[in-house]
Design a protein around this ligand. Structure first.
Ligand SMILES: O=C(O)CCC(=O)C(=O)O
Ligand SMILES: [Fe+2]
Length: 514
């Protein structure tokens, strides 16, 4: 007993010694001419098995770490895409990847604590597009899940079939008819007035420079030159002139044009730029449609109310932003109706102010503009012929604004060039489109207008077309938006019973037609 114990002990000592030797390379020297001793042979076998066991353990550890990493990665992808992308409006599923708590009932508007830290409550999460064709699931109504498909990344654009039921579409159309529709503002003026709008102007380079220099800082930024070309009323620069001015701006070391440099660019132009017709082009119409506005606040039809909650959940935005936005705009196009390509939101400059937050700004000398971060666009019927929504430059990686006129065809003119656009969506009752009109500023707030969000309506060739715009208004000036929301909240708190009597939005009867 004693002996065997000792024997084992001595073998263990040998083993550990050998294992140290094997892995530490300190084996005693054995002359090559001597035959190997029998005991040593056994120890050699043990040595190699011990070493391979250590090796095995190391390999297994690495293997496990590797597998754990893969599993972690799969979980990350999983929760960032499919199941966790189920944005719930009915409380059944988890919060979205954007971090916005979506465990709310569709009948109860999501609440936001107004006293939350400004930065925290005023961030604008964006839905991830992942790639064109990617499908996410969203739960916007009790007991049903909708699919949200990425249609383009530039602009970030999604399609959500079944956002509204056919019945709900019918109710919205009926409510619009009851309210009454008016001719859309941008319809062409009568022929004689149009003639008056088109005097032949002869502008000097200085005068042209001053018109283009929106912020009057004596420098022409690229954005200022482009916003001229975006305005369809300002057709006094030909695409050729515009291209030359932009080339001059790009070549300038500072990336901006001084008046002197602008003069130089004008001198080098083959065709004199500044003797063009001003005002609206003869025969040009921006849109042909009729529209009305439907309030969605307290007291409104429950379907309008539910619709607004769905927009809040779909866009994953704080509810006050959506509640303080414009009312729902319902549009009817007759056969032949259309709207030329446009941006729903306007670029901001120091002298502009958003119409929705004008109460919170020093607006006396400011031009009011529409600040529409998101468009949720609803098809209220399936159109018999035509009426597609076109995004002429969606995902066009080489898009330049000056290239919108190609071979004499204006891509923004949906009457002429609908079939040349990059992306067209056929109107189907109940389907919603959601797109971002602005890029991110990189700090969780809204940045510049996304040039790629250009869109329009192709002419309706058969039947009528009913659609609705639900815009989410955000002020690019973060502080002003915060001030405005505080102002509205305090007003409401200061006037008991106000909410029951009328919509809580002091600005809500103020909205801009396109
Ligand atoms: O009717 C469409 O397809 C587009 C209309 C539109 O863009 C608008 O009303 O702002
Ligand atoms: Fe639009």
């Amino acid at each position: 007993m004693d002996y065997s114990n000792r024997h084992i002990h001595s073998e263990m000592d040998d083993e550990s010694q050998e294992s140290m030797d094997a892995c530490g390379d300190s084996s005693p020297y054995v002359p090559p001419h001597l035959p190997p001793m029998p005991g040593r042979e056994r120890l050699q076998i043990q040595k190699s098995s011990v070493c391979s066991r250590a090796y095995f353990v190391v390999v297994m550890v690495f293997f496990h770490v590797y597998i754990i990493n893969i599993i972690g990665l799969l979980f990350y992808v999983h929760y960032n895409n499919s199941p966790a992308d189920i944005v719930s409006a009915d409380g059944d599923t988890s919060a979205s990847s954007s971090g916005v708590d979506s465990r709310l009932s569709p009948s109860d508007p999501p609440q936001q604590d107004p006293d939350l830290d400004v930065r925290q409550s005023f961030s604008l999460p964006r839905i991830e597009g992942i790639r064109v064709g990617h499908v996410q699931r969203v739960s916007l109504k009790p007991d049903s899940i909708q699919e949200m498909k990425t249609l383009s990344l530039k602009p970030l654009l999604f399609e959500i079939p079944g956002f509204l039921s056919e019945e709900e579409c019918g109710v919205v159309v009926q409510l619009a008819q009851l309210k009454g529709l008016m001719e859309s503002q941008a319809t062409v003026p009568p022929e004689d007035q149009e003639e008056e709008l088109q005097p032949l102007l002869s502008l000097s380079p200085e005068e042209t420079f001053s018109l283009l220099d929106l912020d009057q800082d004596g420098l022409l930024q690229r954005q200022e030159i482009l916003s001229h070309s975006r305005s369809r009323d300002g057709t006094w620069l030909s695409p050729e002139n515009l291209r030359q001015i932009l080339t001059g701006q790009e070549a300038s070391p500072a990336g901006v044009l001084t008046l002197e440099e602008f003069r130089h660019v004008c001198d080098g132009m083959s065709q004199h730029p500044l003797q063009q017709r001003g005002g609206t082009r003869r025969g040009q119409r921006k849109r042909k449609s009729r529209h009305t506005w439907l309030y969605q606040g307290p007291g409104s039809h429950h379907i309008l109310h539910a619709l607004r909650n769905r927009v809040t959940h779909l866009a994953r935005l704080p509810s006050p932003l959506v509640e303080l936005s414009e009312p729902l705009q319902v549009i009817r196009y007759e056969q032949g109706g259309f709207s030329h390509a446009h941006h729903d939101s306007s670029p901001s400059h120091p002298e502009t102010t958003c119409s929705h937050t004008r109460l919170a700004g020093n607006t006396s000398a400011h031009t009011e503009i529409s600040c529409r971060y998101i468009t949720v666009f609803l098809y209220l019927n399936s159109v018999e012929g035509g009426g597609e929504t076109t995004f002429p430059v969606a995902d066009n990686r080489t898009y330049e604004e000056e290239a919108l006129v190609q071979g004499g065809v204006d891509l923004t003119d949906t009457q002429q060039s609908c079939n040349r656009g990059n992306l067209r969506v056929k109107p189907t009752a109940g389907t919603a489109l959601l797109w971002y009109n602005h890029l991110s500023d990189g700090n969780g707030w809204m940045g510049e207008v996304d040039e790629y969000s250009l869109h329009g309506d192709c002419p309706v060739t058969r039947g009528v077309k009913w659609v609705a715009n639900s815009w989410v208004n955000v002020d690019p000036d973060h502080q002003r938006q915060a001030r405005y929301q505080r102002l509205v909240t305090h007003r409401q708190e200061g006037e008991p019973g106000r909410e029951e009597r009328e919509p809580p939005l002091p600005h809500s009867n103020h909205h801009q037609d396109l």
